[in-house]
Design a protein around this ligand. Structure first.
Ligand code: NDP
Length: 450
């Protein structure tokens, strides 16, 4: 379609060298083409051109002093992408790979994900090319304080409410909140993912991983199956992966693999989750340490991965949960998963599958859930944290988990109903993108050209 093609050509000229951002935009625009064809109002209102351009992008220097007294300089970002549905909402990522392309792809995805939740939240994302790994707590604190020295001007409980993402957990949120409070003198719900001691919500830590498993279970139930007894591959061993594995065990499935940036772990009898939590959440260590307790497990270092993909997706399993990072599942990985009989792929991470892998999953008619629907439980529970903060209440674990389950069910129903409406019942990418797009586009039209 010429309209979509021209938008992408213009985007590549006005925002050069942002491959991850183009990948995210192309996926969305191609899958929503049926609705653009049938409703010329979207073109007349220049909805697509407005959606692909962030409302505001903030880039800033983050200087700080390391433990040896050396001055370090990082680059910070906050992209406030779209506020048609509510305050900008989306996490902060601290990882050496962070650049404008990655933050923009994540922010763009966030618009549709947040719309899918049905909650009043717009889309945004931020972060820095800072690597917390190997840094002392004091170094992380000084970095977070310097980051907040700029960010505090742009955020607020009704304007922009960041959360965590890769490299940003409870420790980093705590240091950033402390500095925000010191700079503004305000104790308000300006960040989510806070500690339970001072304004956090129960289930927020678990929400993304639990939600990814709830979504997978809905996909299987719709086919008359369930996760009970299934053997699963879960990439990553961070926040999302750990709580996906926890919920898998609770539903009678067995995670047999997980991974981190240095390698993949396979344990035939099932991953010892208590040990993984100890290594990753308490010691901030490497998964290779797992072998000290379980010498029967198999560890494949990243350097030994197949040239065209990743060791984790080469194990035989019923279901796969990519929960680490973008483009971690290649076309060759997808072929191997399908050849090995994998029937479910549920994406806890953002854009973990390369476009050709996604195409294969859709063609093969397996139960494939795209990240923006599957991992929306995290941001949805962040919004529940905002609601508790604003009403000065704290809900019980069961109350929040019930709401999370209902939200994931609604997201699944909205996604599959939309896919059916457009005659492609197995294409949940199309279903999620069109459902999210419609909600945002209509809000934008009603709010005028702003
Ligand atoms: P964490 O930092 O807690 O964990 C990330 C995990 O992925 C770690 O095991 C890390 O390995 C591994 N990893 C990160 N980058 C790479 C890489 N380049 N190559 C290989 N492995 C890598 O992050 P989260 O669990 O919070 O986030 C994981 C994914 O889920 C991301 O795509 C994020 O955007 C998405 N997401 C997260 C949400 C949340 O609530 N946290 C909400 C929605 C989506 P190591 O331990 O070695 O660093």
């Amino acid at each position: 379609m010429a309209y979509i093609h021209n938008t992408i050509v213009d985007l590549k000229q006005s925002s050069p060298a942002q491959s991850e951002f183009y990948q995210a935009v192309e996926e969305v625009l191609e899958s929503i083409s049926p609705i653009l064809d049938s409703n010329l109002n979207y073109q007349q209102q220049a909805i697509i051109q407005r959606m692909v351009e962030p409302e505001r992008q903030i880039m800033f220097r983050v200087p700080w002093v390391d433990d040896s007294g050396n001055i370090q300089v990082n680059k910070g970002y906050r992209v406030e992408f779209n506020s048609a549905l509510g305050p900008y909402k989306g996490g902060l990522r601290f990882h050496p790979s962070v650049n404008a392309s990655i933050i923009k792809f994540l922010g763009f995805e966030q618009i549709f994900k947040n719309a899918l939740t049905g909650l009043p939240i717009g889309g945004g994302k931020g972060g820095a090319n800072f690597n917390p790994k190997g840094r002392s707590d004091n170094e992380v604190m000084r970095f977070c304080q310097s980051f907040m020295n700029e960010l505090y001007r742009h955020i607020g409980p009704t304007t922009d409410v960041p959360a965590g993402d890769i490299g940003v957990g409870a420790r980093e949120i705590g240091y950033m909140f402390g500095q925000y409070k010191r700079l503004t003198g305000r104790y308000d719900g300006v960040l989510t993912g806070k500690s339970l001691l001072w304004g956090g919500s129960l289930v927020r830590k678990e929400a993304t991983g639990y939600g990814a498993v709830y979504f997978a279970d809905h996909m299987l139930n719709a086919r008359g199956e369930s996760l009970q007894g299934q053997r699963c591959l879960v990439s990553g061993s961070g926040n999302v992966a750990i709580y996906a594995m926890e919920k898998l065990y609770q539903l009678g499935a067995t995670p047999i693999c997980c991974s981190d940036s240095s390698g993949t772990l396979y344990h035939q009898e099932g991953i010892d989750l208590k040990l993984v939590k100890q290594i990753k959440e308490q010691q901030r260590g490497s998964l290779i340490e797992y072998l000290n307790n379980h010498p029967d497990a198999v560890y494949t270092p990243t350097s030994d991965y197949p040239a065209d993909g990743h060791a984790i997706w080469r194990y035989q399993a019923d279901a796969a949960f990519p929960c680490a990072t973008q483009n971690e599942l290649t076309e060759a990985d997808a072929e191997t998963l399908l050849d090995n009989g994998c029937k479910t792929v549920s994406e806890g991470a953002n854009m973990p599958s390369a476009q050709k892998a996604v195409d294969l999953f859709i063609q093969s008619s397996i139960a494939y859930g795209p990240g923006k629907a599957v991992n929306a439980g995290g941001v949805a529970t962040s919004q529940l944290e905002m609601a508790q903060n604003a009403s000065m209440q704290s809900w019980s674990f069961e109350q929040v988990d019930q709401k999370l389950q209902q939200i994931m069910k609604n997201i699944f129903i909205t996604t599959i109903d939309t896919a059916r409406e457009f005659g492609q019942p197995n294409n949940l990418v199309l279903g999620a993108n069109i459902a999210g797009f419609r909600r945002v586009a209509h809000a934008m039209i009603e709010q005028g050209v702003v």
